[in-house]
Design a protein around this ligand. Structure first.
Ligand code: NDP
Ligand code: 8X3
Length: 255
């Protein structure tokens, strides 16, 4: 069903994005892998080429760089230009400060990556999808966009924005075959927390203390499920959490 389709995965160098590539490679898709850490992308591409003979193209890209994203897209080799599926996954959080104590650089990094970067990429790939009559936009939002938690402020706002953008985009695309899916994961054990706490691994590990978090693969398999529904089925929004998590504020720790 997906064989031969070109899938763009943003933030493929780690965590959920990397696992999306691993889960989709055996399905015969062509993988366009982007993130800032090129060496990691190359290692992933080599792994998938060796293991599945997957067709992969890895490129360094900072989704915050509006001109860079435009130039990257315009210079894609012709056989990589027809993107059928985009997994807008690149994203991050920084800190857990109260808004009144927040670092505005952190806010800008989150807004520029999670929201503006997603918009830059999506704006470029959509016209081709509509023109070719085939496409699927998958946005990795978060349960942080369903309800805020203390110190989550700007990160939660970016994810709430991603959710409402998905809702808006579905309306704008109505009448086309292009599908839009928003995925809201709960706690996933990736580099997310080390990035949020800037390498403070002890603090990062506390996030998952006493519970079994989701893995990147759990989320990737959910993405693959959405992508492999028949063309008349659009999973509009899907929330998945660890069994020991009820929402962003309520977890059960077995300690
Ligand atoms: P990771 O930190 O493991 O992965 C984040 C990915 O985003 C990396 O590949 C990173 O690559 C990429 N990225 C970050 N900034 C940029 C940028 N400016 N340009 C391009 N790529 C970028 O975390 P996750 O896998 O957990 O995060 C993936 C998504 O899932 C994020 O949107 C996150 O908000 C969301 N999410 C995560 C949850 C969790 O608990 N882990 C729960 C709910 C949602 P590089 O640094 O090489 O650029
Ligand atoms: C990441 C999940 O709850 O740490 O989006 O914000 S949470």
């Amino acid at each position: 069903m997906l064989a031969g389709q070109t899938v763009l995965v943003t933030g493929a160098s780690s965590g959920i994005g990397l696992e999306c590539a691993r889960v989709l490679a055996p399905l015969g898709v062509r993988l366009l892998l982007v993130a800032r850490r090129y060496e990691r992308l190359m290692a992933l591409a080599e792994e998938l080429q060796t293991q599945y003979k997957a067709s992969c193209f890895a490129q360094a890209l900072d989704v915050r760089d509006r001109l860079g994203v435009q130039t990257w897209f315009e210079h894609l080799p012709p056989d990589w230009q027809n993107i059928d599926i985009v997994i807008n996954n690149a994203g991050l959080s920084r800190g857990l400060d109260k808004l009144q104590d927040g670092d505005i650089n952190d806010w800008e990094e989150m807004i520029d990556t999670n929201l503006k970067g997603l918009l830059y990429v999506t704006r470029l790939v959509l016209p081709g999808m509509i023109h070719r009559g085939r496409g699927h936009v998958v946005n990795i939002a978060s349960i942080a966009g369903l309800a805020a938690y203390p110190g989550g402020n700007v990160y939660c706002a970016t994810k709430a924005a991603v959710r409402i953008l998905g809702d808006a985009l579905k309306q704008d695309l109505l009448g086309t075959p292009v599908r839009v899916t928003t995925i809201n994961p709960g706690l996933v054990d990736t580099e997310f927390s080390p990035v949020r706490f800037r390498g403070d691994t002890e603090r990062a590990q506390q996030v998952y203390r006493g519970l079994t978090p989701l893995t990147g693969r759990d989320v990737a398999e959910t993405v693959a499920f959405c992508l492999t529904r028949p063309p008349h089925v659009n999973i509009q929004e899907l929330t998945l959490l660890p069994t020991d998590q009820a929402n962003a504020l309520l977890v059960h720790r077995r300690e």
